[in-house]
Design a protein around this ligand. Structure first.
Ligand code: TXA
Ligand code: MG
Length: 350
């Protein structure tokens, strides 16, 4: 593989044509979507799909989402296409929602992770749409792009083309530059494969949005839910040890740091309800108390702070309302298992 590398191309007509050539010959493409960037391959090409798993270091039994151009196209990957899927698709596609349905017979087992269901999404990003359309024209039939988030297994998802390149610098990969992802966290995953509609991963489409369409609140992910790799406890994790704390607890902790006699490690504090003045080894960042702004900023911020090599990140817990479900979910995973003391003991060099 010497000489192979990821490179970024503008998502103009030429870039899209290059991407389609690669996909049609079994290659991988870094694909911008409105949620996060995907690592895309032709979902009908078993060798290409295997390349995704190899590149990500992802276990083979973790299923991939198939991206298609329209709800009609999605229905062709499902059997049956349930009424709940039809209604949710009409309300939220193209957009940041993935539906889990029973898979049609032609869906590759490597895409479904060997389960009898498949995840389907119609992205709204114009570049993703352009690639899907151009590929359908090139192949003379409807196509699906299998695409997990374009990060190494367990790491935070990429929201810019540069993030994708930095995840896979030595992979033969064309990354289309579609700008910063507008939503910034992964799609809401809704399982409609059984009567009991269930949210497997919270995202920009909230539980109340779903209730407004279906007439009742969906269930939340439970122990018996199908496998979602993002539901592993340490998924979506930054490299820097991180803790999540309620505002009042965080304020007390900051007072203790400031009064401590011993030299303190470099820490970064991210808040929404109060401002932390940067001082000495402590750096404060305040984001607006707005769930959508946090969704948009979070992954890019965690990547930037990783590069700045703090000994620890302290993050103020979001309000406990449905609006913040996606942010709270990702922050819990990003900080899982980090006790304050253990994290603070770690040296700041890698
Ligand atoms: O916003 C998104 O969903 C992004 C963009 C690229 O579309 N994709 C994404 O893919 O986040 P990935 O693979 O990183 O996360 C998809 C999640 C995984 O946790 C996977 O286990 C779950 O969807 N999933 C896929 N198919 C499934 C199925 N049949 N049953 C249960 N979970 C499934
Ligand atoms: Mg992912």
């Amino acid at each position: 593989m010497s000489g192979a590398h990821a490179h970024i191309e503008a998502a103009d007509e030429h870039g899209v044509a290059h991407a389609v050539e690669r996909l049609a010959s079994g290659g991988l493409v870094g694909l911008p979507t409105e949620t996060v960037y995907g690592l895309a391959a032709d979902a009908d090409d078993a060798d290409a799909v295997a390349r995704i798993f190899a590149a990500k270091g992802r276990p083979a039994d973790h299923p991939l989402i198939v991206h298609v151009a329209s709800a009609e196209a999605a229905a062709a990957w499902a059997s049956p296409w349930p009424d709940a899927a039809r209604r949710l698709a009409e309300a939220f596609w193209p957009g940041p929602m993935t539906l889990i349905v029973r898979a049609a017979a032609h869906v590759l087992a490597s895409v479904t992770g060997g389960q009898d269901t498949v995840g389907l999404r119609v992205p709204s990003h114009p570049v993703a749409q352009a690639v899907l359309r151009a590929m359908a024209t090139a192949k003379g039939r409807a196509v699906g792009l299998a695409a997990p988030s374009a990060n190494r297994f367990g790491h935070v998802s990429p929201t810019t083309a540069e993030h994708v390149r930095s995840e896979f610098p030595d992979l033969d990969l064309l990354v289309l530059d579609g700008g910063a992802s507008a939503v910034g966290v992964e799609s809401t995953i809704i399982d409609v494969s059984t009567e009991a509609v269930r949210v497997l991963r919270p995202g920009r489409i909230r539980r109340d949005d779903i209730a407004a369409v279906l007439g009742s609140l969906p269930l939340e992910a439970g122990a018996d839910a199908p496998r979602v790799s993002g539901s592993l406890a340490t998924h979506y994790a930054p490299r820097t040890p991180s803790v999540l704390m309620a505002g009042e607890h965080l304020k007390r902790q900051l007072r203790a740091f400031r009064q401590a006699k011993a030299a303190q490690p470099r820490r970064c504090v991210i808040t929404h309800s109060f401002t932390v003045e940067s001082e000495g080894t402590l750096h404060g960042i305040r984001l607006d108390a707005d769930a959508k702004a946090w969704e948009h900023e979070l992954y890019a911020l965690l990547r930037r702070l990783d590069a700045e090599r703090y000994a620890q990140l302290l993050i103020e817990a979001p309000p406990a309302t449905a609006e913040w479900d996606a942010v709270t979910d990702r922050l819990r995973r990003a900080t899982h298992g980090q006790s304050l003391d253990a994290a603070a003991e770690r040296p700041s060099t890698p």
